[in-house]
Every structure is written in C-alpha cells, then in structure tokens.
Design a protein around this ligand. Sequence first.
Ligand SMILES: NC(=O)C1=CN([C@@H]2O[C@H](COP(=O)(O)OP(=O)(O)OC[C@H]3O[C@@H](n4cnc5c(N)ncnc54)[C@H](OP(=O)(O)O)[C@@H]3O)[C@@H](O)[C@H]2O)C=CC1
Ligand SMILES: Cc1cn([C@H]2C[C@H](O)[C@@H](COP(=O)(O)OP(=O)(O)O[C@H]3O[C@@H](C)C(=O)[C@@H](O)[C@H]3O)O2)c(=O)[nH]c1=O
Length: 311
Amino acid sequence: MISERSLLPPYTSPLTIFVTGGNGQVGFELQRQLATLGNVLAPGRAALDLSDANAVTAYLATHQPDVVVNAAAYTAVDNAESDQAMAERLNAALPEQLAEYCQQQSKWLIHYSSDYVYTGQGSEPWQESDTTGPCNVYGATKLAGDEAVANSGCQHLIFRTSWVYSAFGKSFLATMLRLGAERSALSIINDQVGAPTPARLIALVTQQALTRLLSEGATLTSGVYHLAPRGETSWHGFACEIFKAAKQCGLPLVITPDGVSAIPTTDYPTPAARPLNSRLSVDKLEKALAVQLPDWQSQLALTVEEIARSR
Ligand SMILES: NC(=O)C1=CN([C@@H]2O[C@H](COP(=O)(O)OP(=O)(O)OC[C@H]3O[C@@H](n4cnc5c(N)ncnc54)[C@H](OP(=O)(O)O)[C@@H]3O)[C@@H](O)[C@H]2O)C=CC1
Ligand SMILES: Cc1cn([C@H]2C[C@H](O)[C@@H](COP(=O)(O)OP(=O)(O)O[C@H]3O[C@@H](C)C(=O)[C@@H](O)[C@H]3O)O2)c(=O)[nH]c1=O
C-alpha cells in the first residue's frame, strides 16, 4: 500500500524543480509533496503565461530547472471542442517545448496525461502499450503531447491518470457536492467506467518516482505509466459514494440515495464525446515502484474528510 510512510528518504541535493500548473489540482499537491526534494518553482498564470512560447523559453533559460514537472493543461473537455488552438498549445506544444529543453539539458520531464487518449471501446483495462484513439479534441491534444514527449528523446515519465479530483478546484467531486446540496434529484451516467483519482495520490506517486530517479543506481525507465487507484466504478457509482462519504462527514446534502438516478450516456448529450471504457491497468506502475495502489473508495473518503475539516 502506498502511503506517506512508504516514501524513501528525501534526496538532499539542492534541486530546482519547475512545476507548471501549480495552482491546479495536481500542481497544488505537487508543490506540497515535492518541497521535500528541492526548491519548487511554481509560477502562477500572472507570472508566466504558458500559452506564450517565448515567455516559457525565457523562463527556462533564466531558471535552468533540474527537473520539469508539467501539471498544466487545458482540461475543460467540452470547451476544447470550440477552442482547439488553445487546447493544442497547452496540451501538445507546451509539453513538446518542455521536452526539448529536457532533451538538450539532459533533465527529467514528468508529464501527466489522460484516459481520454484511448478509444473507450471494450471493457478490459487499457495497457500502456495499447493502441490509442481519442474521441474528442481534449484527448487528441493530450495524445499529441504524449507523442511529442516520447519522440523528443528526453528522459521522461508520462503518468496517464483518470477522473482527477481534489479538495479544491474544479472536478466532478466539487460539482456533486454543490449540486447535492441544492437538488433532491440528479441523473448521472452509469455506462462510463473508470477510477476516480485524487490529486494527492498523483503527487505522492510522483514524489516517490522522482526520489527513485534521483537515487544513484535506481532503475525506472522512461515511458508511459498508468496511475489510478485500484478498482472501478461509473460516474453514477462515484456520485453515490461521494454522497455517502459526505453524509458521514456531516456535509450539507439535500439529495438522498433514491434521488440519484442512473442514466446511459445517450441521455446526457455534451459537446465533447466521452469514452465508455476508461479502465487503466496499473500493474506496470505497481511493479516499477514496488507499491500497491489503494482502492478508490478509501481515497475518496480521505478527500471528503479533508473538505469537511476545511469548512
Ligand atoms: N482533471 C482531470 O480529471 C484529469 C486530469 N488529467 C491530467 O492531469 C494533469 C493535471 O490536471 P488538473 O490538475 O486536474 O488540471 P487543472 O485544470 O486543475 O489545472 C491546470 C493548471 O494549468 C494552468 N494553466 C492552464 N492554462 C495556463 C496558461 N495559459 N498559463 C498558465 N497556467 C495555465 C491552470 O492555471 P489557472 O489555475 O490559472 O487556471 C491550472 O493551474 C493534466 O495534464 C491533465 O490533462 C488526466 C486525467 C484526468
Ligand atoms: C454534472 C453531471 C455530469 N454527468 C456526467 C458527464 C460526464 O460524462 C461525467 C463527468 O463529467 P465532467 O464534466 O466532470 O467530466 P470530464 O470533464 O469529462 O472529466 C474528464 O476530465 C478530463 C480532464 C480527463 O482527463 C478525464 O479523465 C475526466 O476526468 O459525468 C452526469 O451524468 N450528470 C451530471 O449531473
């Protein structure tokens, strides 16, 4: 089981770690976790607009980071359908630019990607080596980013994760807690299946992986790794578990279990199509890091408790 206690001793050299998207769900947790490994630089949008390639080049030249962790992305899945140029810049061109720096300077790049790069067909968990085939613009731009990183020749880890949530920021969890406090009836899709992943777990695994990479003699090879908790559910199952955990923590709810209806994807039209099968096999990551990933329900309970404590 992966937990704070299972982490290796912190690396002691004064590393400079550049985290993009530091105010996002994953970036915020990374800032907390990676502070034990070195100096974390995480400029916000006002300090560094990542859509400006020249500004990114200048930032890299000035700060010359030892490690680049790219948690920035264009994550508004429906908006990406009509804002393709910006989605391409953030999700494809930015990782390509960061990878070029890492290749030239022999630095490690940690990058994050999505279950939405796969076709969504079938019901078997995706393996990292499976053929991709995104069904929306967001997924296509994320795939282009993955390919640019992989083809750059830089040392890299690409963590493909799914259904990310955290105690703050925009996520399905935040939407459900808001709607569940306002409405007595909700209709939620039950034929899209995957694993909800807390940003905190992503940051913890990243810290553990980075510690390995920086340890002398450690072997963790460049490539794609799936990163999600064990188990699977649908968005409907996720919503029901959110309301169960919220009730246990005393969060305000109008919705009751009877009010949460399960519907097929066809009953919930959206601008962007979503994959039905988002199951990710995490065997490769568990083997590489010699860890056992936790189940998604226990992870969700931790985050809902964190939200309740913060109110
Ligand atoms: N969210 C999810 O469900 C999933 C996410 N992923 C991947 O995980 C990674 C992290 O996602 P997550 O933390 O959820 O994403 P968020 O949307 O929470 O955060 C994205 C970050 O990128 C920043 N950003 C976007 N555009 C710019 C810009 N032009 N200049 C500066 N900063 C910018 C945002 O800044 P600002 O705060 O100012 O908006 C924000 O801090 C991404 O690669 C994503 O594709 C994978 C699977 C699921
Ligand atoms: C609000 C709501 C959503 N849904 C459905 C729509 C959708 O299929 C699903 C999730 O909705 P969202 O819009 O939160 O999901 P979406 O933005 O598509 O989430 C995705 O984000 C990107 C960034 C990823 O990489 C993916 O892993 C995934 O997390 O829930 C309902 O069925 N009922 C509802 O009331």
